[in-house]
Design a protein around this ligand. Structure first.
Ligand code: PMP
Length: 315
C-alpha cells in the first residue's frame, strides 16, 4: 500500500510557492491543537492533452462550504484557487497527482475562541497511486464492519471535510488494519450503513445500483455523484435507501468510491464473500467509464476535467 508521502518540490502558501521542506506551521497552531482545519482531496489525471484535474470546481466549492460551516473566511476566489492548483501541478512537473488544499487556523489564539489565529491556506500536490493497494482496482479488497460508528448528526458536521473529523476515520482505519483488513465500513449512529473511513459505498442487487441514505452521517462524495451520473448515462437503475448491515453480505456487488480510492470493488465483508467474490459486471462497467473519462479517453460530456496547461499561470 502506498501510504508514505512521495515528496514534490513546491507547496503553495497564501500566494507564494515554498520549497516542500519549508512548508511548516507552529506546533501551537489551532489546527495542531484542536484539528481546526478543513481540506480537500483532489485527483489530477494524465491525459493525452497533459494533466487534467477531475471535478476541480466541485472540490473547491466543497472547500468553501467546509470553511463556511466552520466560520472560516476563505480569502481566495474559486478562480484564484483554480490557478493556484494548476500552477502548482505545472511547477512541480507532475503529470498525475493528488492535490491537497488545506485552510487552517494558525498560531495566536490560546483556547477555543479562534479570534487571534490567522487563517492560512496551503495547497500541496504529490504523486499518489492506488489508495487501497496495488491490485485493489482490479481484484477488489477484503473489508470488515468497524466496531467504531460514525458521528451522530449535530455533533460533527459531516458535510464539512474538517481535519478533526478524521480522528474518527483513523480509528476506523486502524481498527481494520489491526484485524487484518485493508479498510472498514462504518455504521451510522442508528446502526445503518454509512461509509468507509474515507470513501462512500455502493451496493448492487438485482441490477439496481443502491446508495445508502446516510444524510448527516456520511460525506456526499464527488466520486459518488460522478458514479450516479454515469449510471444514469448507462441506463443503470439507481435507488437511495436505508441499508442495514446484513445487506452488505447479500449484495451481488459492493464497491467503494472516493477521490483516493476511485472505484474499488469489495470482494468480502467480515470474511463473508460478496457475490462472486470478485469485481462484478456493473462495478466494472462504472469503474471503466469513470476512469476513461478521468483519463480523457472518453468524451468529457459533463465537463469534469480542468486541463492544467491552459489554466496554469506562467511561473
Ligand atoms: N467519505 C469520506 C469520509 C471521505 O473522506 C471521502 C473522501 N473525500 C469520501 C467519502 C469520498 O468523497 P470524494 O468522492 O468527494 O472524494
Amino acid at each position: 500500500m502506498s501510504s508514505k508521502l512521495v515528496e514534490a518540490d513546491w507547496i503553495w502558501h497564501d500566494g507564494e510557492f515554498v520549497p516542500w521542506a519549508d512548508a511548516k506551521v507552529h506546533v501551537l497552531s489551532l489546527a495542531m491543537q484542536f484539528g481546526a482545519s478543513v481540506f480537500e482531496g483532489i485527483r489530477c489525471y494524465k491525459t493525452a492533452n497533459g494533466p487534467a484535474v477531475f471535478r476541480l470546481p466541485e472540490h473547491l466549492r466543497r472547500l468553501r462550504d467546509s470553511c463556511h460551516i466552520y466560520r472560516m473566511e476563505l480569502p481566495y476566489s474559486a478562480e484564484e484557487l483554480t490557478t493556484a492548483c494548476t500552477t502548482l501541478i505545472e511547477k512541480n512537473g507532475l503529470e498525475e497527482c493528488y492535490v491537497r488544499p488545506i485552510v487552517m487556523r494558525g498560531y495566536g489564539a490560546a483556547g477555543m475562541d479562534p479570534e487571534g489565529s490567522p487563517i492560512e491556506t496551503w495547497i500541496a500536490a504529490w504523486p499518489w497511486g492506488t489508495y487501497l493497494g496495488e491490485d485493489a482496482l482490479e481484484q477488489g479488497v477484503d473489508v470488515c464492519v468497524s466496531s467504531w460508528n460514525r458521528m451522530q448528526p449535530n455533533t460533527f458536521p459531516v458535510e464539512a471535510k474538517a481535519a478533526g473529523h478524521y480522528t474518527n476515520a483513523q480509528l476506523i482505519k486502524m481498527d481494520a488494519l489491526a484485524s487484518g483488513y485493508i479498510e472498514a465500513i462504518a455504521l451510522g449512529p442508528g446502526g445503518l450503513v454509512s461509509e468507509g473511513s474515507g470513501q462512500n459505498i455502493f451496493l448492487v442487487r438485482d441490477g439496481v445500483l443502491i446508495s445508502p441514505a446516510a444524510e448527516g452521517v456520511a460525506l456526499s462524495g464527488i466520486t459518488k455523484d460522478s458514479i450516479l451520473t454515469i449510471a444514469d448515462d448507462l441506463n443503470i437503475p439507481t435507488r437511495r435507501q436505508a441499508v442495514p448491515r446484513e445487506a452488505l453480505y447479500t449484495a451481488d456487488e459492493l464497491f467503494f468510491t472516493g477521490t483516493a480510492s476511485e472505484v474499488t470493488p469489495i470482494r468480502s465483508v467480515d470474511r463473508i464473500t460478496v457475490g462472486a467474490g470478485k469485481c462484478g459486471p456493473i462495478t466494472r462497467q462504472l469503474q471503466w467509464r469513470f476512469l476513461d473519462i478521468a483519463r480523457g479517453e472518453a468524451d468529457d460530456q459533463h465537463l469534469w476535467l480542468t486541463p492544467v496547461r491552459s489554466s496554469a499561470a506562467v511561473v
